[in-house]
Design a protein around this ligand. Structure first.
Ligand code: SF4
Length: 391
């Protein structure tokens, strides 16, 4: 494999408290070993940079996710970025995103991230309704959300992304409309709007199972999904993925790398990585390999210190798995998947590999324009069922 562009994800596994719906690898804490953790991240990066496919790659995107990366000091983020940019070749359009939670940042803090090189800020708003923030167990207020967005602009962020959530128990369509109106009025370059997911084992799912709360009906969730698409579309944000909307040119390139099967290196506790071909973890993997790091932050640091990396488990993809992933990940994007690209990569046609695609076409769930296959608006409503057909 020749060295190409690579995306780097950096996981910061701490939050001030845990939201009851969250199943991310994150730990509630008031203090954390920031310097030691950053040391481990840089050691892990150095280990990968001596090995294919990451050696000699060009750094295209960096994403600080969590957890709550905005809890870290700007100086720590600056150190991580300076070292990364020194060790990689960097793309001229390098995208550096940091996730921030309202209530953890002010203008000075955000200006520090901007000066460190972060050029895209993703703010976890979720809702502008106090009662919904409370039911989601978010620790920030609506006022803090508004302050964070104002502070981000004042700190010089020209690429701002805002996360919204819908299908929250008891949320009405009118409340969603109000959230969308405020999001639109704030004019971020990018909006992610996700339906609440009840992940196994979370406190919110236990509330659901005990009958204390009820999920939004399927009809309401579908109406909310359509409302999100219609309102944002009318206001000038184009939907480029199932849950993501952007002003032209402001699509999240880091996430596009995931959906397009590009290599990404996940650094940090519990981080996931993927290499489409050979990798230091499974040099024999022909159709790609993904791997996950040790989840506990202290164990992660120990593993990096002992072995240079912290891989807990890996999976070499079979040809069938790789073909399925190509389809269901690619179909997340509204531009869909390229049939010639599929043929070139797997040596067979899409219809031969997945005959049910013909049924999807007949039922109007996928469209076929030129040589690309994409979900129709109706197909997007049934995306999860359609994706399951490629597993
Ligand atoms: S702030 Fe985000 S990462 Fe942290 S617990 Fe809440 S949802 Fe999870």
């Amino acid at each position: 494999m020749t060295a190409g562009r690579v995306s780097v994800y950096v996981h910061i596994p701490w939050c001030l408290s845990r939201c009851p719906y969250c199943d991310f690898n994150t730990y509630a804490a008031r203090e954390w070993p920031e310097k030691e953790y950053a040391d481990a991240l840089l050691s892990e990066l150095a280990w990968y940079l001596e090995r294919p496919p990451f050696a000699g790659s060009t750094l295209a995107t960096v994403f600080f996710g969590g957890g709550t990366p905005s809890l870290f000091a700007p100086q720590t983020i600056e150190r991580l970025l300076d070292e990364s940019c020194r060790r990689f070749r960097t793309a001229s359009d390098l995208e550096i995103t940091l996730e921030a939670n309202p209530g953890t940042v002010d203008r000075v803090h955000l200006a520090g991230f901007r000066a460190a090189g972060v050029n895209r800020l993703s703010v976890g708003i979720q809702s502008f309704q106090p009662r919904l923030l409370e039911s989601l167990g978010r620790r920030h207020s609506v006022g803090e959300s508004r302050d964070a967005l104002d502070a981000a602009r004042a700190a010089g962020f020209e690429r701002l992304s805002l996360d919204l959530m819908y299908a929250i128990p008891t949320q009405t369509l009118e409340e969603l409309e109000i959230d969308l109106s405020e999001a639109i009025a704030r004019a971020p370059e990018h909006i992610s709007a996700y339906a609440l997911i009840f992940e196994p084992g979370t406190p919110l799912t236990r509330d659901l199972q005990s009958g204390r709360i009820q999920r939004a009906s399927e009809d309401l969730e579908a109406a909310m999904y359509e409302t999100v698409g219609n309102r944002l579309g009318e206001a000038g944000w184009s939907q480029y993925e199932i849950s993501n909307f952007a002003r032209p040119g402001h699509e999240a390139r880091h996430n596009q790398a995931y959906w397009r099967g590009g290599p990404y290196l996940g650094l940090g506790a519990g981080a996931h990585s993927f290499a489409p071909e050979a990798s230091p973890v499974a040099p024999e993997a022909r159709f790609g390999v993904r791997w996950q790091n040790v989840r506990d932050p202290a164990h992660y640091r120990d593993a990096v210190s002992n072995d240079g990396h912290a891989v807990a488990e890996h999976e070499a993809l079979t040809r069938a798995q790789a073909m399925g992933e190509f389809c269901w990940l690619g179909l997340r994007e509204t531009r869909g998947i390229s049939e010639p690209h599929f043929r070139e990569r797997f040596g067979t046609t899409l219809d031969d590999a997945f005959p049910h695609v013909q049924t999807l076409r007949r039922e109007g769930l996928v469209t076929q324009e030129t040589e690309r296959v994409a979900l129709t608006p109706r197909g997007r409503l049934l995306a999860d069922e359609i994706f399951a057909g490629f597993f």
